[in-house]
Design a protein around this ligand. Structure first.
Ligand code: FO1
Length: 333
């Protein structure tokens, strides 16, 4: 049984590294804590995009080009819906639709989101534990120059065009961190916590905002490593670069490393970011440079292996950069 690993993930980039980790960490030794702030009700269906991106990637069903929804999709439902004058801005493939219908049916029967997620993932052959940050509803609201927008309205319908002012995670104050997430973070045998290359503001921050999640991360007895979502001054996918710029921050890995200061022991920059040794992040944090672009399954696996090797190296050095605390290894090991 592999040593347990926890990943925090949202969006497409997160799902790719989570899938790479699942190739290296056996079955339920990998716990992926997933953002649910993007969830929304559409056509009467409860849609959980970031959960589905991770589940599909791990099931080998993800669409490699889009990064969301299923590969080899048919679109008969959307064609029929559009012909009826239904909303066509959020594309639901025929296979993907089954996931939303079945999730909605089980939620309506009173099953909580975490249990529904695990059952549907298991049905697709996924052995890792996929855990929502909370079973309680948290909804990201994007405050922009065009008003306050629901996340999917901003991200898909308005194509991320409105200028960002700030973010709110509605309901997060009273959301309870999922017990399986806290339990995984408290595992004394934990090997590493990996913050995947997701959007720090709308994929990782909602997870961190759930009461108790930051505290649990602060007490983790393993290295916490974040992987940059910014490569060569650009986001690999999605609006992270545009959001950094609109928030007045440099579009760089360093800005993301600063964003996580105090929470992580190390930050992985991309080899494209500067030729000097990886620019150090905030005090107490180690910077490393890896090739973080994941073009296919092989590279997902390679990056996952390199990140876990970094964690093992940090653990061997007894170094935890969180809040500058250096924890000498307990002589008894
Ligand atoms: N993203 C789009 O840009 N356009 C879409 O039509 C779209 C549909 C969609 C359907 C199901 C699903 O799980 C995700 C979907 N996404 C779509 C992606 C989604 O908005 C993002 O994956 C996350 O919310 C942000 O990472």
């Amino acid at each position: 049984m592999s040593a347990p690993v926890v990943a925090l993930s949202g969006g497409v980039g997160g799902a790719k590294l989570a899938q790479g980790l699942s190739d290296l960490v056996d079955g339920e030794a990998l716990t992926v804590i997933v953002n649910t702030g993007d969830d929304f009700e559409h056509l009467g269906l409860h849609i959980s995009p970031d959960i589905d991106s991770v589940v599909y990637a791990m099931a080998g069903l993800d669409d490699p080009r889009r990064g969301w929804g299923r590969r080899d999709e048919s679109w008969a439902f959307m064609a029929a819906l559009t012909a009826l004058g239904g909303p066509d801005w959020f594309a639901l493939g025929d296979g993907d639709l089954a996931m939303h219908v079945e999730r909605t049916r089980r939620l309506a029967a009173g099953v909580r989101l975490g249990a529904v997620t695990q059952a549907l993932a298991t049905a697709l052959g996924v052995r890792a534990r996929i855990v929502p940050m909370s079973d309680d509803a948290v909804r990201t609201r994007v405050h922009t120059d065009q008003g306050v927008l629901a996340f999917q309205e901003y991200f898909v319908h308005r194509r991320c065009e409105p200028r960002i002012r700030s973010f709110r995670f509605e309901g997060v104050e009273r959301a309870r961190a999922h017990a399986a997430a806290i339990g995984a973070l408290r595992d004394p045998g934990l090997r590493a916590v990996v913050i995947c290359p997701s959007n720090p503001f709308v994929s990782i921050d909602p997870i961190l905002a759930v009461p108790g999640m930051r505290a649990a991360l602060g007490q983790v007895c393993a290295p916490v490593i974040a992987v940059t979502p910014i490569v060569g001054g650009r986001a690999v996918k999605g609006p992270a670069a545009k959001m950094l710029a609109e928030l007045g921050l440099a579009v760089s890995g360093e800005s993301v490393a600063q964003h996580y200061a105090g929470l992580i022991d190390a930050f992985v920059f991309d080899v494209a970011d500067g030729q000097a040794p990886a620019p150090a992040g905030p005090p107490g944090m180690r910077g490393f440079r890896l090739d973080t672009l994941m073009r296919g399954p092989e590279e997902r696996r390679r990056l996952a292996a390199e990140v876990l090797a970094l964690a093992d190296r940090l653990a061997a050095e007894g170094f935890t950069g969180r809040a500058g605390r250096v924890r000498a290894l307990d002589p008894s090991g």
